[in-house]
Design a protein around this ligand. Sequence first.
Ligand code: UT7
Length: 330
Amino acid sequence: MYAKFHSIGAYVPSKVLSNADLEKMVDTSDEWIIKRTGIKERRIAAENEYTSDMAAKASELAIQRAGLAKEEIDLVVCATVTPDYFNMPATACIISDKLGIRNVQAFDISAACSGFVYALSVAKAFIESGMKKHVLIIGAEKFSSIVDYTDRTTCILFGDGAGAAVISATEDKSEAIIDIHASADGSYADFLVTPAPGAVHPASEQVLAQGLNFVQMKGNETFKLAVKTLTQDVKNILAHNNIDSKDIPHFVPHQANYRIIKAVGDALKMSDEQVVLTVHKYGNTSAASIPMAINDIYESGRLKKGELMLLDTFGGGLTWASGLMPFAGE
Ligand code: UT7
């Protein structure tokens, strides 16, 4: 039994946070943000709109596009670092409930921006082992809930959104996911961290006063490591599968910063047509970034059945992952 990338869906909140808006909030400029990141705007969820709400909307679309009844989903995996609740229940359980899917195995994955590709590797393994047939995987973030909007080094980067895919069993090897490489190096854990709440820093007045509930990032160090790791990761997966970068119609990198994407694309000799870009309109949506980008090329008609996608991502942990597969949806 093989696993195929059966369908894609995404949801973005309607509220736009532009660079002009951020100019009024912190000491920054539209020019600086565009030059250093390529980001023009990002979406922000409504106050009463949570990760599970966005995820459920993206999932409805993915399930419908797979031509499945909800009851046919036998595993729900949600990748997020902005879960509805930090300890329990898992956001995947809440999403399942919002979708009306009961008695289904459901759990979350915490791998920051690499979460969706990590979830893909889990879905592939469950299907290939014969344990599941249709796995719903989700990358969803209400990142605005952990951003300090007085910190100009982080607040200009992140946005909210969700993407979902159905990964299904198939006996046809030509439509199967070809390969996934996923890895981590915890010695860089302090490069990207949300210190609280957690067992190290349980919620307290001091935690709030020190802003430990907000994301902290060593931006420049992360940037350099991202370029190096993403490039090497793609080279490895292409070499391992004997595929040339020019034969990849859709390179879907994590959307963290246009300069990172450009540097990696150039190092791999990819043309602008091959590289999928959404960072200008959505910013960095962490685990949601890759499925939102796939949905973007799907909805614009650029992604056709059978065409190869190369996914490549990097994030907190530090984690990284790449995946190679044909799009097996209609
Ligand atoms: O998704 C997970 C992975 N995350 C990433 O891959 C993010 C990686 N990092 C980045 O994208 C970039 O490092 C940033 C966009 C965060 C920062 O860009 P940079 O080119 O690395 O800038 P920098 O941190 O070296 O800062 C350069 C200058 C500093 O001023 P001085 O010390 O040179 O006077 C900063 O204080 O830019 C200043 N600066 C800003 N100025 C205007 C930092 N943020 C801003 C800002 N507006 N928003």
